[in-house]
Design a protein around this ligand. Structure first.
Ligand code: HEC
Length: 199
């Protein structure tokens, strides 16, 4: 009889041990919630695609209905070899905002800005840390290094600053998986027109 009690006790503690193991795994399963996607990279892809990053960072080619993404150059920024268009910058800076048909080159009262290369190449974000990426899209400073210059329009960092750490980490994880493209994007140019008079 005593032997049987001992056996029951042993079985019970084994069951309790196994049950506690099952419970241990639950919080981890809940923590790995990538916005309903199966992985962090897939979630990041969704955020980058739906967040419109390619609208400016992927050069366009002309199709019958207008500009379409050049998928071979996904997120690689303004093509360095493209010459400055022959336009009246002063008039444009004073009267409006303009972009090239690639949508990667912008002119406005701030001068000229070029969409950055976001691919994991040495000329893009290969050497960036996750912290730099978060800081860049949160505070709008170049390369996410505090003290660097402020990013120029039309980079929408005023919108990206509302993304959570987890969302920005997922976007960075996705960006690290895309094709690296060698492209040294030019530095921005200061305005040629005098700044508009303050009202
Ligand atoms: C409307 C156009 C536009 C959209 C949309 C846009 N960007 Fe940008 N982005 C730019 C331009 C132009 C620059 C360069 C600004 C400068 O040089 O000051 C830039 C710069 C950046 C930089 C800084 C690179 C560096 O060297 O510091 C990062 C990172 C970046 N964009 C990521 C993104 C991400 C991620 C998204 C999507 C959520 C996005 N951008 C959407 C136009 C855009």
């Amino acid at each position: 009889m005593q032997k049987r009690n001992l056996l029951y006790a042993a079985l019970l503690s084994a069951a309790v041990f196994l049950f506690s193991k099952c419970n241990d795994q639950k919080p981890a399963a809940i923590a790995a919630n990538f916005g309903g996607y199966e992985s962090q990279v897939k979630w990041g892809e969704h955020l980058v695609l739906s967040g419109g990053c390619g609208d400016c960072h992927t050069p366009k080619k002309m199709g019958p209905m207008g500009p379409v993404d050049d998928s071979a150059l996904l997120l690689s920024g303004h093509p360095a070899q493209m010459p400055l268009p022959d336009i009246d910058r002063k008039m444009l800076e004073q009267k409006g905002i303009a972009a090239t048909q690639t949508l990667t080159f912008w002119i406005g009262p701030w001068g000229v800005s070029y969409a950055a290369n976001l691919t994991p190449d040495s000329t893009g974000v290969l050497a960036w840390t996750e912290e730099q990426f978060i800081n860049c899209l949160r505070t709008g400073v170049s390369k996410g290094i505090t003290g660097n210059r402020r990013l120029l329009p039309p980079m929408p960092w005023n919108s990206t600053r509302h993304l959570t750490d987890d969302e920005l980490k997922a976007m960075f994880a996705y960006i690290k998986t895309i094709k690296p493209v060698k492209n040294v994007v030019p530095q921005p140019l200061p305005p040629v027109a005098p700044p508009p008079a303050a009202k």
